[in-house]
Design a protein around this ligand. Structure first.
Ligand SMILES: Cc1cc2nc3c(=O)[nH]c(=O)nc-3n(C[C@H](O)[C@H](O)[C@H](O)COP(=O)(O)OP(=O)(O)OC[C@H]3O[C@@H](n4cnc5c(N)ncnc54)[C@H](O)[C@@H]3O)c2cc1C
Length: 380
């Protein structure tokens, strides 16, 4: 028998984006149904590296990122756990004079946003941060940090449920259509009607945009991660490298989480497999910077499925074709830090039709300028 639910807002996808939107909407007193095809927080939001970093983002993301930055220290009060969030600082390393010049240019460009970046030279890297290797210098962002993604994403969904959201897991949305009063969603034996829909389906969001005549060039990418056995503390900051290569952080239990390579998609592109070659490459690069990693045992490696846009900015904002539909996807390897801010912005867009946080750069029309307002009565 089909269960029928009527609500103000239906959210497709219970990653950190959808779950934080659900919680924020409940805070505004709106009724919310959050649907996930699997478990909330089991995709990118729950398997990522855990970097909570503003440094390195394009300047158009920084107002949103700053908004999220203010939320992270309040997790205990907001979702009931601190998510192992640690404001450790984020140190971005430069391997060449050109890379250092790029860090210097970035520090000047983003100075108005209050990241308080500090440029450090080669000697300081070794003396202050214990980083070895052939490096020119780095840029330190003291307010950035890291957290445990496995805890945070699921806890947002649990908090939304406690706040009164209807959270439906293992409930895949198979189709959405525009109705006279809003939207009708088909999801197995559940039929949901809602005044607004948030499309936060991560790497699967393009099909819902396409269904409303808004095709987007979303590409799936598969970052690959490793974690070592617990080691004595040696790494107090979250590390990245200008131009890419590796990123690394050490958690309180001593394990070191390292990322850097890409995994290969399987025949079913929902899934991927990291390579042992890639894992060795990551560990080799990391051990050039940190002596304690030279003989460390890697105890697990994994990958996740991420929605990546060609300009590496998300799609965030109202649909251009369909009133009541709001998109939030394509976070391009950097959505963990900003997702709690995105959730608040989405809730404001639903309630007020606008937000004070600048999001124009993320409009879906940058990919489908020909899309016409009107409202697609289109089934998936
Ligand atoms: C390995 C890895 C490392 C990363 N490291 C970092 C990092 O250090 N820092 C950082 O800021 N970002 C990082 N990211 C990026 C970050 O994890 C993502 O940008 C962010 O989690 C995206 O959140 P989301 O809610 O949009 O997507 P997701 O977490 O993927 O959630 C989308 C949800 O939609 C659901 N869904 C899809 N289709 C349907 C449907 N038809 N019906 C119902 N539900 C559906 C899925 O099951 C999924 O749960 C990393 C990503 C990966 C994969």
């Amino acid at each position: 028998m089909t269960r029928r639910i009527d609500c103000d807002v239906a959210i497709i996808g219970g990653g950190l984006v959808g779950s934080s939107a659900a919680l924020a909407l409940r805070g505004m007193g709106l009724s919310v149904t959050l649907l996930d095809k699997g478990f909330c927080g089991a995709q990118a939001s729950g398997v990522n590296y855990g970097g909570v970093r503003r440094q390195g983002r394009p300047s158009e993301q920084l107002p949103l990122s700053q908004r999220a930055h203010a939320i992270w220290p309040r997790l205990q009060q907001l979702i009931g756990i601190d998510g192992e969030f640690l404001r450790s600082g984020h140190l971005k390393l430069a391997r060449s004079a050109d890379d250092m010049a790029s860090l210097e240019r970035y520090a000047a460009e983003v100075a108005p946003f209050g990241l308080d970046l500090e440029l450090v030279g080669h000697n300081q890297l070794r003396e202050r941060f214990g980083v070895m290797g052939d490096l020119v210098g780095g840029s330190f962002c003291p307010g950035d940090g890291h957290a445990n993604p496995r805890l945070v994403a699921a806890a947002f969904a649990a908090a939304a449920r406690r706040a009164g959201a209807e959270v439906l897991e293992n409930t895949e949305v198979a189709g959405v259509s525009r109705t006279f009063e809003g939207f009708a969603l088909e999801a197995g034996d559940v039929a949901v009607t809602a005044r607004s829909v948030i499309n936060s389906a991560g790497a699967w969001a393009d099909r819902f945009a396409r269904a409303f005549n808004e095709p987007v060039p979303l590409e799936r990418t598969y970052p690959s991660m490793i974690v070592t056995e617990p080691l004595d503390p040696f790494l107090s900051v979250n590390i990245g490298i200008e131009g890419g290569g590796i990123y690394a952080r050490q958690v309180a239990r001593g394990n070191v989480v390292v990322g850097g390579e890409r995994a290969t998609p399987l025949d079913n592109p929902d899934y991927s497999r990291p390579h042992s070659d890639g894992a060795l490459t990551i560990m080799q690069r990391a051990s050039e910077l940190f002596g304690p990693l030279r003989h460390a045992q890697a105890i697990r490696f994994w990958s996740g499925t991420e929605a990546t846009m060609p300009d590496r900015n998300p799609v965030l904002g109202p649909s251009a074709t369909t009133p009541g539909l709001i998109h939030a996807f394509g976070f391009s390897g950097a959505g963990f830090q900003i997702a709690p801010g995105v959730g608040e912005v989405l809730a404001e867009l639903v309630r007020d039709g606008q937000t004070a946080t600048p999001i124009d750069a993320f409009a879906i029309t940058r990919f489908s300028p020909a899309s016409q307002p009107g409202g697609a009565l289109k089934q998936q």
